[in-house]
Write a protein that binds this ligand. Structure first.
Ligand code: MN
Ligand code: MN
Length: 467
């Protein structure tokens, strides 16, 4: 049978109209398999890296295996050299020196490795009604009610009075106990259920259950708390005052899992933004001989505004570039002014259940590939980088030429809310920046969802950019 002749309108539409395609209409089985395989590694990374410190540790060990060495600011690095800068165990810069001279600028990919969670307060442990509990202070933008009645794991470090730093992880290994924040039973929640969702669970109600057995028969008070301290002392050699010099946090205890009968999604804690951290890390490890110097940043503190010395509002990126350029007799600002950056962070995926907050034409969709976001921010584009047409043009050609499946997306309807990324902080160094990353369902929930295809396309995007 002869092929049906296309009408004039059909042909014109193909020529003039823009219509992104679902992965299902683009890819062969072998391409799906590549995405699935890539995501097996990603799931392992998620399970091992639930905090920024753990992510830095794993990333450094992967980098060392791929020839990266600790950065030495006195060395004049040459093409093909690979270095990493560990910023206090909480943020990391990886760099592969390119064949082009450094004054031509570098290509930066900047993601973040912190995620919303429940941090323990400096004096967390208390006893009430013969229960031992931890007081917490939430970190990042959470819907507090989502963090009750789920299994939690304790992660972090404690610096003891003797200066020794102890790493803590409880709740991840098979057979480990977990922790939980209790919620009110519906039978007695008449008043609670009338509250606004922001007050449904109040900040001071995020108390974590950690023990219920009393220290052996004695007259002393608070014997449940004492028994918990005894257990911690036996296991980690710590005393109550050591909590004062600690960073301990409660994160969801569950592991990354395939979601859906077709296993097309991954559900996990902390896709935002370890999905961009992992994909950019894998791309950074792969490219051993880039033309332009490749700088990959895994940053901290994005979820609280990028402040603090491990966040991208600190000058550690600037100092690194200055130190890299100085032995060549080049000013850091010359390098930065000629540089570009992909601000690698997630965006909201269109959710049909909550369609009212999305604008159909300008939303990102799962299985439509990596999402390029020209601007984030709130209201009248407040607090945003807003990538230039020229840089968008470059990124667009780069992705199309490499055959990467990509889409564009805004964070929901105008005035529906808003949010930011590290883009504007990198742009402040006079760098061309655009946001790019993976669309996520249930962002900032304890269990976030991404499509495997989009994870893989994001990796391909970073790989194409680094070349
Ligand atoms: Mn993010
Ligand atoms: Mn976030």
């Amino acid at each position: 049978m002869a092929e049906k002749k296309k009408t004039e309108a059909q042909l014109l539409k193909e020529k003039l109209c823009y219509s992104p395609k679902n992965a299902g209409e683009r890819f062969s089985d072998s391409e799906w398999e590549k995405a699935d395989l890539f995501c097996e590694g990603y799931k392992k990374f998620l399970d091992m890296a639930k905090t920024e410190r753990e992510a830095v540790e794993i990333a450094i060990s992967m980098a060392r295996e791929n020839g990266f060495k600790a950065f030495d600011p006195t060395v004049k690095y040459k093409a093909g050299d690979r270095v990493f800068l560990n910023n206090r165990g909480k943020a990391l810069i990886l760099c592969t020196v390119g064949t082009e001279p450094i004054e031509k600028g570098v290509k930066i990919v900047a993601s973040h490795i912190d995620s919303p969670r429940l941090d323990l307060k400096p004096r967390p442990l208390y006893e009430e009604a013969q229960l031992a509990l931890f007081k917490t202070h939430y970190y990042g933008g959470i819907k507090k009610y989502q963090w009750t009645a789920i299994p939690l794991a304790l992660h972090g470090v404690v610096v003891r009075a003797d200066g020794e730093k102890v790493s803590v992880i409880i709740g991840e290994d098979e057979g480990d106990p977990v922790f939980t924040v209790s919620d009110l039973l519906p039978h007695l929640a008449a008043e609670q259920m009338q509250r606004k969702a922001t007050d449904l669970i109040k900040g001071e109600a995020l108390n974590v259950l950690v023990g219920g057995r009393m220290f052996k028969d004695d007259k002393e008070s608070e014997r449940v708390k004492l028994a918990v301290l005894q257990l911690l002392n036996e296991k980690y050699g710590i005393i109550e005052a050591d909590f004062l010099s600690a960073e301990l946090t409660m994160v969801p205890a569950f592991k990354a899992a395939d979601v859906g009968l077709d296993r097309s999604f991954i559900g996990a804690y902390g896709h935002d933004d370890r999905v961009c951290a992992y994909t950019s890390l894998m791309a950074a490890l792969k490219n051993k001989k880039p033309s332009t110097t490749v700088v990959t940043i895994l940053s901290d503190k994005e979820e609280t505004g990028s402040e603090g010395n491990s966040g991208l509002q600190s000058k550690y990126l600037q100092y690194f570039i200055e130190d890299l350029a100085a032995p060549h007799g080049i000013a850091g600002r010359t390098v930065l002014s000629n540089s570009s950056c992909l601000s690698a962070d997630v965006n909201a995926a269109y959710d049909p259940t909550y369609s009212e907050v999305y604008e159909r034409n300008n939303s990102a969709y799962v299985n439509y590939g990596v999402v390029v976001t020209k601007y984030t921010g709130a209201r009248g584009k407040s607090s945003t980088n807003d990538a230039s047409a020229e840089f968008m043009g470059k990124v667009r050609s780069m992705l199309d030429d490499a055959g990467v499946q990509w889409q564009t997306g805004e964070l929901g309807k105008v005035d529906a809310g808003g949010g930011g990324t590290v883009a504007m902080y990198v742009a402040a160094y006079n760098v061309d920046v655009v946001d790019i990353g993976v669309p996520v369902l249930s962002m900032h929930a304890p269990f976030e969802v991404v499509a495997k295809n989009d994870v893989y396309q994001t990796y391909l995007a970073f790989d194409a950019y680094n070349k």
